[in-house]
Design a protein around this ligand. Structure first.
Ligand SMILES: O=C[C@H](O)[C@H](O)[C@H](O)COP(=O)(O)O
Length: 224
């Protein structure tokens, strides 16, 4: 069974949690794209929901698939947020932001009653850190942050696209950090959030309620 099929299986299992009248957080990435396609099929059959996208790319995809959208001016909470991940550990702690959407994704997740994470089985790790930790930084502060993060042994790498810095939907930069030697990620999160110029990190701690993965031709569900 292909990785894409596993992502699709997880995505289809997640949309079964959705009920008529709900507001749905729409994640970003290749796994979330499967969820948007599956959700669009339900909307076409008459399911009445509104979506709130976590990125400009997801917004485009949702609109192209006929999913009605809203924003935080019109709602106070999201019923279910469904998003992908780059890694999840046995405690359902996550590293996200491989696609650079971590800031809006975390805002959606924080304002959701239920967070469902969907993935293929290769995202499961015994310990976070094989995937480099993305953090979103303000361009003005990025050079000094790089110096500070080097001293902290986090080996920051400025993410690039077409030989220029990758720019997020909020106009910021992404630094990818090596956290393989870090055992206490909660402490790391606190330390990073105290540095002015770091807008958000890709550590999603105590956020996922349910993780659904595709493994072969079946799904596995992990609950917090
Ligand atoms: O910024 C991107 C997001 O955090 C994605 O959810 C994450 O990178 C997983 O993406 P994919 O489903 O494409 O592996």
């Amino acid at each position: 069974m292909s990785t894409e099929k596993e992502k699709e299986l997880a995505a289809k299992a997640a949309i079964k949690y959705i009920e008529d009248g709900m507001t749905i957080g729409l994640g970003t990435g290749s796994t979330a794209a499967h969820m948007i396609t599956a959700l669009a099929e339900e909307v076409a059959k008459g399911l009445n929901i509104v979506g709130i996208p976590s990125s400009e790319s997801t917004k485009k995809l949702a609109l192209a698939n006929g999913i009605p959208l809203t924003d935080f001016a019109n709602i106070s909470a999201i019923d279910i947020n469904i998003d992908g991940t780059d890694e999840f550990d046995p405690y359902l702690q996550l590293i996200k932001g491989g696609g650079g959407a971590l800031l809006r994704e975390k805002i959606l997740a924080f304002n959701s009653k239920l967070n469902i994470i969907i993935a293929d089985c290769h995202k499961q790790v015994s310990r976070l850190g094989k995937f480099k930790l993305p953090i979103e930084t303000i361009p003005f502060a990025t050079p000094i942050l790089i110096k500070k993060l080097r001293i902290m042994n986090l080996h920051p790498i400025l993410r690039e696209k077409d030989n220029s810095p990758f720019i997020t939907d909020e106009g910021n930069y992404i630094l990818d950090l090596d956290i393989t030697h870090i055992s206490n990620v909660a402490q790391l999160e606190n330390t990073l959030k105290q540095l002015p110029g770091i807008v958000e990190t890709g550590l999603f701690l105590d956020i996922a309620d349910i993780v659904i993965i595709g493994r072969g031709d079946t799904t596995e569900v992990f609950k917090r």
